[in-house]
Ligand binder design. Structure first.
Ligand code: NI
Ligand code: MN
Length: 234
């Protein structure tokens, strides 16, 4: 797809997305693999994973972060409290950041933006809070600007994300229940004005009822909604 300008994006079910940048750098966002019912079991990750990027500390976003980072020698990037927590869980290389900040990686700038959601893990009977939930904007050198919204409701400051970064390709949760559903995602699309939307966080579990078809039906041009199966690259 020309909108991606040579960058390859592969949805791996739920919110897990592999981003392969033309120069060879590979990024994995929110790895939820082993216990992800929609992960394509026959899919093989590239041997090279440079960075694991995390939106927030819920199990369905970080379950495989440490094992994948260890196996591939990747650096984990996330909000400070979350990367600190994962260091305690065995993560060797981390970059902690926070909202509004940008970390320049080779070939891509990663900017942490707002999301409206929580971020916590359960440890025994305790809930451990891990900072707040975030979204990620990836500004790829000579490539597209991508926005992974993480888990979030719609919020009008998505207009700021458009004004500041103008992402062409946005990954929006549409399942509902724990995040926005198609109705809210349609308004998010109006605020963000992307060229393409990859719907994420849908179809994984029964409560996540929103579908790409429902989102497409609510947009002036439903063709901007990517229809891919987990494991199929865009
Ligand atoms: Ni979540
Ligand atoms: Mn989630």
């Amino acid at each position: 797809m020309s909108v991606l300008k040579g960058t390859k994006v592969t949805w791996l079910g739920h919110a897990t997305v592999l981003v392969e940048i033309a120069d060879g750098m590979n990024l994995l966002i929110d790895p939820f693999m082993e216990h992800n019912p929609s992960y394509p079991k026959d899919f093989t990750l590239p041997a090279r994973i440079d960075y694991v990027l995390l939106t927030h500390g819920h199990m369905d976003h970080i379950a495989d972060a440490v094992p994948v980072a260890q196996k591939h020698g990747a650096t984990i990037v996330g909000i400070y409290e979350l990367t600190s927590y994962l260091t305690g869980k065995g993560a060797e290389k981390t970059i902690g950041m926070n909202l509004g900040g940008t970390v320049s990686l080779p070939g891509v700038d990663v900017t942490m933006v707002e999301a409206k959601h929580t971020s916590s893990m359960q440890e025994g009977n305790q809930i451990v809070y891990l900072g707040i939930a975030a979204g990620l904007v990836l500004t790829i050198q000579d490539g597209p600007v991508l926005y992974h919204a993480g888990d979030t409701s719609v919020f009008s400051d998505m207009k700021l994300i458009r004004e500041l970064y103008a992402p062409e390709f946005v990954m929006l949760p549409i399942g509902g229940h724990f995040t926005m559903g198609p109705k809210e995602a349609a308004l998010a699309a109006e605020y963000l004005a992307p060229q393409m939307i990859l719907p994420i966080h849908w179809g994984t579990f029964p409560p996540l009822k929103g579908t790409p078809e429902q989102l497409a039906a609510l947009l002036p041009d439903g063709n901007i909604v990517a229809r891919v199966k987990p494991g199929q690259a865009i």
